[in-house]
Design a protein around this ligand. Structure first.
Ligand code: NAD
Length: 505
């Protein structure tokens, strides 16, 4: 496919998805496709005044939206889910072109959006509060959950649309309004998603301004973070970004939902089913070219199975098809850009200096374009968990380490700054339960006999330590998007005062 035809296909997709030409032609933000490294659009950036206007509109819309009954708010999300179903092929294709994900992953990302819409529709009838036993006669105590306000969503390139939907679908049924700053590397899929949302909003007769996209880099993100009209910010990205954002939010007492870097590990115990391990590890470590927050990056393999597992893994690594993510059969698409490639090579160099034996990791498919960066996924056999292993490098590198003692492996597993996802492969009940227990994995996601990568929207998603502590999507994650009021009602004729105080006036 020639340079201009990829740009043309992008323009056609955007037109079909309802995005005006003026939004993505002649603007100051160049968008490139990692598939070939060529420019596919020039998006108009939002300036400070535009960001201010979007927040003002969201704040105004909130005043109306918070009064709409929650199940009616759910109806908007139901209609949005229908728009996503109808546009799944086009939006999935755009994810592939803009983020470089293989076809099934691009479509899978849209399916996650559909799934969270379904979840949010059900949730819109389940925003429960408690009734609490009170110590006072003829009184009732209860809690009520109210809409919070404007929610800012800052998202990363690697899940260009699903992460927004995890936040937005829930926030909108909770009665909030949303202003979204997508990654500057993936604004096109955000504009398309917004266009689909506006279609649904028009059909639902919803007020204007419920959702807006502001396009730009760090400065626009900071504008959202610092604006007192934005009640909560859900920020997904690197730990470095979270470190910049968290104190600014704290300084104005805004709510923060932080979904930051991971450095996910798996323990392969002596009793592990190695057939499961090979498939689970390959999927979790190689999928999305190692560019998932939940990508498997550290493998602790028991000495007794190391020498039988490693050749099988090396074979799997050597056999994956690397190439254009649009082609059937491709399992590994491109890295997002040259900077990602350079960081990967630097990490491998450090690993070698630490004594690693590295298999793979070299550049591949240079025929697809000088500015496109494909790599063979790397397996790095490490003598120890050195500093480079403790650092998240957002690329397909799997560091493999031997262990003999389970407790020591568990200790090493937890001895990293991040705490997102983890797993153990074992058929030993004691090991499995220990891994899940209070002295087990310290991550937000802890799995047995399934890799750490990917998550179902029904569970709460997020992690501990430098991963930021936020939770999104399922379970009771909705509570972060609402404010809780504790109510006491006196239906008696007396007014018993607290602490036995008698205040006779
Ligand atoms: P990034 O940190 O470079 O950028 C993420 C977003 O933050 C972008 O929209 C960017 O413009 C914005 N941003 C950066 N600095 C900012 C600042 N100071 N103030 C406000 N906004 C700012 O991340 P990336 O390269 O796009 O994504 C990869 C990273 O995201 C990896 O570390 C990955 O683990 C992480 N991630 C985490 C999750 C999760 O749920 N925990 C999910 C996806 C990605």
């Amino acid at each position: 496919m020639s340079a201009s035809s990829l740009a043309r296909e992008t323009a056609d997709l955007l037109a079909r998805l309802g995005v005006a030409d003026s939004a993505h032609a002649g603007g100051s933000l160049a968008v490139t496709s990692p598939i070939t490294g060529e420019r596919i659009a020039e998006v108009r950036e939002t300036d400070a005044a535009g960001c201010d206007a979007a927040i003002a509109a969201a704040e105004a819309a909130f005043r109306t939206w918070r009064l709409v009954p929650a199940p009616k708010r759910g109806e908007l999300i139901r209609l949005f889910g229908l728009e996503l179903r109808a546009a799944k092929a086009d939006l999935g294709r755009l994810v592939t072109i803009e983020a470089g994900k293989i076809v099934s992953e691009g479509l899978g990302e849209v399916q996650e959006m559909i799934d969270i819409c379904d979840f949010a529709v059900g949730l819109s009838r389940q925003l429960y509060g408690l009734t609490v036993a009170t110590e006072r006669p003829s009184h009732r105590m209860m809690e009520t959950w109210h809409p919070l306000g404007v929610v800012g969503v800052i998202s990363a390139f690697n899940f260009p649309v699903a992460v927004w939907s995890w936040n937005a679908a829930i926030a909108l049924v909770c009665g909030d309004t949303v202003v979204w700053k997508p990654s500057e590397k993936t604004p096109l899929t955000a504009l398309a998603t917004q266009a689909l949302f506006e279609k649904a909003a028009a059909k639902a007769g919803a007020p204007a301004g419920l959702s807006a996209v502001v396009v730009g880099g760090r400065a626009i993100g900071e504008a959202l973070v610092d604006d007192v009209r934005v009640a909560a910010v859900s920020a997904t990205g690197s730990t470095a970004m979270g470190r910049a954002v968290a104190p600014r939010l704290a300084s104005r007492f805004a709510r923060a939902i932080l979904e930051l870097g991971g450095n996910n590990g798996a323990i392969i115990a002596p009793s592990a089913d190695l057939d499961l391990v090979v498939r689970g590890v390959a999927f979790a470590a190689i999928g999305t070219a190692g560019q998932r927050c939940t990508t498997l990056r550290r493998l602790f393999v028991h000495d007794s199975v190391y020498d039988s597992l490693l050749p099988r893994l090396r074979k799997a690594y050597a056999s994956v098809t690397i190439g254009d993510p649009r082609e059937a059969g491709t399992l590994v698409g491109p890295l997002i850009d040259k900077a990602a490639y350079d960081r990967m090579q630097a990490a491998l160099q450090k690993a070698r200096a630490d004594g690693a034996t590295v298999h793979g990791g070299e550049r591949a498919r240079e025929d697809l374009g000088g500015n496109a960066f494909y790599v063979r996924p790397a397996l790095a056999e490490m003598p120890a968990q050195t500093e480079v292993v403790r650092t998240e490098t957002f690329a397909p590198i799997l560091y493999v380490m031997r262990y003999t003692d389970f407790d020591a492996a568990l200790e090493a597993h937890n001895a990293v700054p991040q705490g997102l996802s983890s797993s153990i492969f074992t058929n030993d009940l004691r090991e499995a339960e220990t891994f899940l227990s209070a002295r087990g994995s310290d991550c937000g996601i802890v799995n047995v006999n399934i890799g750490p990568s990917g998550a179902e929207i029904g569970g709460a998603f997020g992690g501990e330590k430098e991963t930021g502590g936020g939770r999104e999507a399922g379970s009771d994650a909705w509570k972060a998007y609402m404010r809780r009021a504790t109510n006491t009602i006196n239906y008696g004729r007396d007014l018993p005062l607290a602490q036995g105080v008698s205040f006779d006036v």
